[in-house]
Write a protein that binds this ligand. Structure first.
Ligand code: APR
Length: 253
């Protein structure tokens, strides 16, 4: 690790120790080292599939095409996906009282699996599917294993279309996640922004609102984002796993 990066890691750990209320804001980049591709940039999902696939209007008019793509994109991993050093470091910082909440744009459940407790999922979670008619909820892997029929219909009412419980483009943000997230953006005095291009609204407004409320911003990303030269106070140009592991080691030693 370069001396410059070591200095940034050390500065970040001082900012974290001095802060009163810290929230993390994470995007797809924090899960890249777990083997989950990002949406944009190198190896991005949207380089292979048109984002329109995840428009809610497209899903409702052509559930078959959308479900076929969803299965390929989100539910066919050759290996079991596990939390990486970055997820684990955030869980440790929360357990020791340095981190109050994680606001995530991710639907992969990896923050939960790393042991984090206070998580606000701005875009929902991919583990479950919900019936659009009777609202019954099921574990998606059970549904996809039990019947290979695509698009899957509800086992309870037998007619309703099942939809993954994550937010499609054009859908409302879950009310509780939105409210809790806005509360964090109002009270936090430090945001740790990890692995996001900051391009998708309204999620991308959250760090901006926090900044407007006087919050300091640490950003961890191997590439600059829309925040880097606008709201970021400390930009750590590094992969999330390495940076957060080193930061947590300095603070929790
Ligand atoms: N560590 C940290 N950041 C990384 C890493 C890594 N190892 N690898 C890539 N990144 C960064 C990229 O540089 C990029 O800035 O992660 C970011 C991934 O950007 P996106 O794919 O746009 O992910 P995100 O910002 O979370 O997308 C927001 O877009 O399609 C919607 O709903 C979807 O929640 C998603 C939203």
């Amino acid at each position: 690790m370069s001396l410059a990066l070591q200095a940034q890691i050390s500065k970040a750990s001082e900012m974290i120790k001095d802060a009163n209320h810290i929230a993390a804001f994470t995007g797809a980049g924090i899960s890249v080292e777990s083997g989950i591709p990002p949406f944009r940039g190198e190896g991005g999902i949207w380089n292979k599939y048109p984002p329109e696939l995840l428009e809610i209007s497209h899903f409702l008019t052509d559930p078959l095409t959308t479900w076929k793509a969803i299965k390929e994109i989100f539910y066919t991993f050759e290996h079991t996906v596990k939390p990486n050093e970055a997820h684990i470091a955030l869980a440790k910082l929360e357990a020791r009282g340095f981190l109050k909440a994680i606001i995530t744009q991710n639907i992969d459940n990896l923050h939960q699996e790393a042991g984090s407790k206070t998580i606000f999922e701005f875009h929902g979670n991919m583990k479950y599917v919900r019936c659009l008619d009777c609202q019954a909820e099921f574990e998606v892997m059970r549904i996809l294993q039990d019947n290979s029929m695509i698009p899957p219909l509800c086992p309870t009412c037998e007619t309703g279309l099942l939809k993954p419980d994550f937010i499609f483009f054009g859908e409302d943000i879950p009310k509780m996640a939105y409210r809790n997230t806005m509360d964090q953006a109002k009270i936090a005095d430090l945001f740790i922004v990890v692995g996001t291009t900051g391009q998708v609204v309204p999620a991308s407004y959250i760090p901006i609102i926090a900044k407007q409320n006087g919050c300091k911003i640490i950003e961890i990303n191997p590439q600059p984002s829309s925040y880097t030269n606008t709201i970021t106070d400390l930009f750590i140009q590094c992969k999330a796993g390495e940076a957060l592991k080193q930061i947590a080691a300095l603070i929790l030693k």
